[in-house]
Design a protein around this ligand. Sequence first.
Ligand SMILES: Cc1ncc(C[n+]2csc(CCOP(=O)(O)OP(=O)(O)O)c2C)c(N)n1
Ligand SMILES: [Mg+2]
Length: 341
Amino acid sequence: MDETFGFMNPVKNCKKDSKFFSEKLLMNLLFTMKRIRKVEERIAKEYPSNEIRCPTHLSIGQEAVAAAISQLVHHSDYAVSTHRGHAHYLAKGGDLFSMISEIYGKSTGCSKGKGGSMHLIDLDCGFMGTSAIVGNSIPTGVGLSLACQLKNNRQISTIFLGDGATEEGAFYESLNFSVLKNLPSLFICENNLYSVYSPLSVRQPLNRSIESLAKSIGAKTAYCDGNDAIKAYSTLSEIIQDIRDGGGTWFVEFPTYRWREHCGYQFDNNIGYRTELEFIKWKKNDPIKKLENNIKKYYPLEEKSLNDMDIKIENEINSIFEKVSEAPFPSQKEAYEDIYA
Ligand SMILES: Cc1ncc(C[n+]2csc(CCOP(=O)(O)OP(=O)(O)O)c2C)c(N)n1
Ligand SMILES: [Mg+2]
């Protein structure tokens, strides 16, 4: 039992095997992860041509948690995210054409081509925005939780953040307020061990986990493998149920790892802040392969169905990139519209 709050930490009951879940759910998780991975790999492939002009933070390697969320939240729920937000936007149901358009600065983009990769929004599915300022979207996410509570309709607000964002004052103020008011907030901290080039060891005391920080503020907390879509799904499904039932604010820490450089399409293991060995260790822990292997233990997962899935995703991506290439840039007269300055 969790002594502080009097109920079980769901991670301890977490179902780890595909046998507990339907084939349909497992294939949805796999499809979502592959789609996110392939979209970002395509962005990485196109980036050197210099047509994408905005800074772009890829989350290749970190797809599992987003996929789990995609199967658990509704369009009527809210979510906010960070500079590394492509996966979260897509998982919440964000429109792919609008996202790719935005990354290319086209007027068909979700921020009319003025925001770029770090300013994704899709109001139709409750994805309420991402921000280039670390920690910036956290208070917005808690404000949305307050709106959910006032409406009293079992909606929740998911707040994606990185480990680095837990070093921002806004994080503490927001979490404190959310806990105080018993708001339906789900804080999802994807701890990829780094804030740009700084490892956790130079930023936070040893032997104090991020989860324990959130717990000390009064949030219900859990710690779960961020590269295991099944564990993430199982853990989050219990937590989201609790939040919808009025259980209040949760904070879940998911250890994971980004494969590419902090910002950009390349690999940067050679510049000295992390080792090739560490990278290889995490790459072997590929969330997509991990899910495939787990599915294969209990269900037939044939090469053909995997290939069909790949082809379906690639066809969608090809047609969207083509459509975006034909879309117009914003006109010059729009330059001063929709801005605060
Ligand atoms: C307030 C603020 N401080 C610093 C930065 C520079 N910055 C951009 S991303 C980043 C790292 C954030 O790390 P984390 O929250 O762990 O997210 P990750 O990039 O690892 O996904 C930093 C420090 C910023 N954008 N905003
Ligand atoms: Mg980080």
